[in-house]
Design a protein around this ligand. Structure first.
Ligand SMILES: Cc1ncc(COP(=O)(O)O)c(C=O)c1O
Length: 396
């Protein structure tokens, strides 16, 4: 099935069929092309492929059939003209930003970002003469006020990590367009199933494929998606020449994982919703944030831009870090980690892990209290999950 034909099918169907390149052996399951390079039938063809006169693979740092299958399958789901895969989510984020700026430019980003993304903006880009402003992503006036004539990029993630705050993508995209800047959206928490930033006006979407896309804790990966022009003008050469390429093996794992993405994410979302409902109003919890509940502070924006809730729930345990640690240590089923989006339910204490680099004042500004934990619901039976959570709360 060609990618263009795949666009006419519903998402679940595209995720099983889109992008398949079948070899002469007619295999059912896509092949893993574990090769660094390619042999050409003649020196003339080698020359023509290198010059781009005839299409074809030349070196797996540039591309590889298994990488292409993964890229085309996720592009078909996202509704993007083009995609480029990377070794990790951070390689995708870093290159998505670096590809759009040069010395003297300026970036505006929401301050509620995954810790490493914030490091790239605050510590890495300035080394190359790229200035930045961090804003409260939910306050549209702050995006507008931060714009300078040198502003080239707006960057945000929504729902945010870890407080599951939601930013109005279409409204920020309008401000970016008026400013002549490109909007890059990290769509990891929403997944391509629940939110389509390109359709809402974003120019570039990035994923850590490590999270829900693999969804089984096996491999790292990332992907950058956008129009053919945005990808060719800004990323094609950058990625080929600097080499943050996805390994073909990881591309194969991620390609096959896409086939089951909707089944997994729907079940994980149902589990997260059930856990949120069981925890809401619990006497040991001071605050609960779940994008699928009517009491989410930005429920109106969620209705407008997301197709469903989330596989993640954030909640604040009474008693600060001590209370949170007592709760975490009493869990028997749910694993303590910094990761998310897995078949196994996982829980994170952002203050001491993903957001440890921030000062207490910076964390307070983002609503990351010492008692805050972020649950990533897995595929277990919801009753087992809820029993583990409620039993562990008794230890607080
Ligand atoms: C929102 C978000 N963006 C980017 C990343 C980076 O992804 P990776 O760990 O695959 O580099 C993460 C990882 O935790 C994340 O949560």
């Amino acid at each position: 099935m060609s990618t263009s034909k795949a666009k006419t099918y519903r998402p679940e169907t595209r995720l099983v069929h889109a992008g398949t390149l079948r070899s002469q052996f007619g295999e059912t399951s896509e092949a893993l092309f574990l090769t660094q390079g390619y042999i050409y039938p003649s020196a003339e063809e080698c020359e023509a492929r290198f010059s781009g006169k005839i299409p074809g693979y030349v070196y797996s740092r540039y591309s590889n059939p298994t990488m292409s299958m993964f890229e085309q399958r996720i592009a078909a789901l996202e509704g993007a003209e083009a995609a480029r895969s990377t070794a990790t989510g951070m390689a995708a984020v870093t290159n998505a930003l670096m590809g759009l700026v040069k010395a003297g430019d300026h970036v505006v980003a929401a301050k509620a970002l995954f810790g490493s993304c914030r490091w790239v903006i605050e510590e890495w880009l300035p080394r190359f003469g790229v200035a930045f402003a961090l804003v409260d992503g939910t306050d549209l006036a702050q995006w507008k006020a931060a714009v300078r004539k040198e502003t080239k990029v707006f960057f945000l993630e929504t729902p945010t990590n870890p407080t599951l705050e939601v930013i109005d993508i279409a409204a920020v995209a309008d401000i970016a367009r008026d400013a002549g800047a490109r909007l890059v959206v990290d769509n990891v928490f929403a997944t391509p199933l629940y939110q389509s930033p390109l359709a809402l006006g974003a120019d570039v979407v990035v994923y850590s494929a490590t999270k829900h896309i693999d969804g089984q804790g096996r491999v790292l990966g990332g992907v950058i998606l956008g129009s053919e022009k945005v990808i060719l003008d800004n990323y094609h050469q950058l990625l080929r020449q600097t080499g943050p390429s996805l390994s073909p093996f990881n591309a194969w794992v991620l390609l096959k994982a896409l086939e089951t993405l909707p089944v997994r994410v729907e079940r994980q979302t149902a589990n997260a919703g059930a856990a949120a409902n069981a925890l809401a109003g619990h006497k040991k919890i001071s605050r609960l944030i779940y994008p699928g509940r009517a009491d989410h502070p930005q429920a109106d924006i969620i209705k407008k831009q997301m197709r469903a809730g989330s596989t993640l729930v954030a909640f604040e345990i009474k008693g600060g870090k001590e209370g949170a640690f007592r709760f975490l240590n009493a869990l028997r089923l749910i694993g303590i980690t910094n990761n998310l989006g897995d078949a196994k339910s996982l829980i994170t204490h952002p203050t001491t892990t993903t957001h440890q680099r921030l000062t207490p004042a910076q964390r307070a500004e983002l609503g990351i209290g010492d008692g805050l934990v972020r649950l990533s619901a897995g595929l277990e039976h919801p009753d087992d999950l809820i029993e583990d959570l409620l039993t562990a709360l008794e230890a607080v």
